[in-house]
Design a binder for this molecule. Structure first.
Ligand code: GLA
Length: 394
């Protein structure tokens, strides 16, 4: 048995035992993974492309329906319980984890589905606050599980949209579609090239001989993260609005060229121009990166990852000292093919493509330097690309 299925089995057995003991009945168990993104950052809510993949770290939800309207939740890792009646469903202010489950329930309610109460236990090995979309994993697990138990028959892409709405409405982050899409739709050893406008997607093989995907977790999550995220969205919308005054066919930064920015945005506001320019460049960089992948030119893709980092740091301004330090440290190291900050920003992980034989040495070296520089521990994760949301026990 490979290490992934061993971990999964251990988690499954523990969940099952707990569920049977607590609720005295048989649940189904749904697994939904966290995600990485190779290139294409902050492009999803601008109707551009992204290139994410699901990973071998996941949220697991054991769940069974009840005959009344009570929702009884337990977070196994925190040893916390939470209960609410269906009729009282609303975001909870002081505890965050129930929101990811309740937000998903609310989407069924909004679609007019006749709901029932349920018991559920949640556990997860997706590190929280590391930018690996631990919340999207829970939203997707819940949506997928309820779709199955209630026989609602929603297609996977519809469930992706429902999970995204849960995040908007119950977590207050106006995220794009990438995280939930990657979690739900992931495929082993493939990245997903998603057109975030049409939601068409292609699986691109990503099994790189002799190269490992190494995530370096800064262990910081700056409090700016969600407010600045929403601000970036508004800055992009402002740029589009200015271009549209002259070019009404334009709907999003996906339709915008650098020449349009020169003409209609730069003269009005330098900061907005810089933000929008990064996005326009990032969308085209991703498309070129996909061509690199098709040609098998991983070095060219790697170089683009560094360029993306610099844009995220200098133009889009969503990096932080810790992330910049990690990327700068590996920049001229020949065993590192590409590296950049990943996800929303202001903390979380860098993603590094590293020559396999050098991974352990690099982890040792960079951990020491990171501690010296920041006074914080670095947490490394070597991840592999896994399948998306599925039922693993019924
Ligand atoms: C977060 C959001 C995604 C995406 C990334 C940045 O992870 O949830 O929708 O915008 O940031 O690429």
């Amino acid at each position: 048995m490979n290490p992934v299925s061993t971990t999964q089995n251990t988690i499954k057995e523990k969940l099952l035992n707990k569920f049977r003991k607590l609720f005295n009945c048989e649940p189904i168990i749904v697994r939904s993974p966290g995600r990485i993104n190779i290139i294409g950052e902050h492009t999803d809510y601008n109707e551009g492309f992204v290139l994410p993949a699901a990973i071998d770290k996941a949220a697991y939800l054991a769940i069974s329906l009840r005959n009344d309207d009570l929702i009884h939740l337990m977070a196994q890792d925190l040893n916390e319980n939470f209960s609410v009646h269906l009729k009282d469903l609303q975001p909870v202010g002081d505890v965050s984890w129930p929101n990811y489950i309740l937000g998903a329930v609310a989407q069924f309610q909004k679609k007019g589905v006749a709901l029932k109460g349920f018991n559920a236990i949640l556990t997860s090995d997706v590190p929280i606050g590391a930018g690996l979309s631990s919340s999207a994993a829970v939203e997707c697990a819940t949506t997928f599980a309820l779709n199955k138990l209630l026989n609602t028959g929603f297609e996977k892409v519809e469930m992706v949209k429902m999970a995204q709405k849960s995040e908007h409405e119950f977590a207050g982050v106006m995220c794009g579609i990438m995280d939930q899409f990657a979690s739900m739709m992931g495929k082993e050893d493939h990245v997903i090239k998603i057109d975030c406008r049409s939601l068409e997607y292609d699986y691109v093989p990503f099994k790189l001989e002799g190269i490992k995907i190494l995530l370096l977790d800064t262990n910081v999550k700056h409090s700016l993260a969600s407010s600045e995220y929403n601000t970036r969205r508004r800055e992009c919308e402002q740029a589009v609005a200015w271009v549209r005054e002259q070019e009404p066919q334009v709907h999003s930064l996906r339709d915008v060229t650098e020449e349009m920015l020169d003409k209609y945005v730069a003269p009005k506001d330098k900061l907005i121009d810089m933000r929008a320019r990064f996005i326009v460049q990032e969308i085209s960089r991703l498309l070129k990166g996909c061509e690199d992948l098709q040609r098998g030119d991983i070095n060219a893709l790697g170089e683009k990852m560094f360029v993306t980092h610099d844009g995220l740091s200098n133009k889009y301004a969503v990096s932080c000292d810790e992330l910049d330090f990690l990327v700068d440290f590996v920049r001229n190291n020949e065993v590192v093919i590409g590296a950049r900050m990943m996800g929303g920003g202001f903390g979380g992980c860098t993603i590094n493509l590293v020559k396999e034989e050098a991974v352990q040495g690099l982890i040792k070296e960079i951990s020491v330097k990171y501690l010296e520089h920041t006074g914080k521990d670095l947490t490394p994760y070597i991840v592999s690309i896994s399948d998306g949301t599925s039922v693993i026990f019924e």
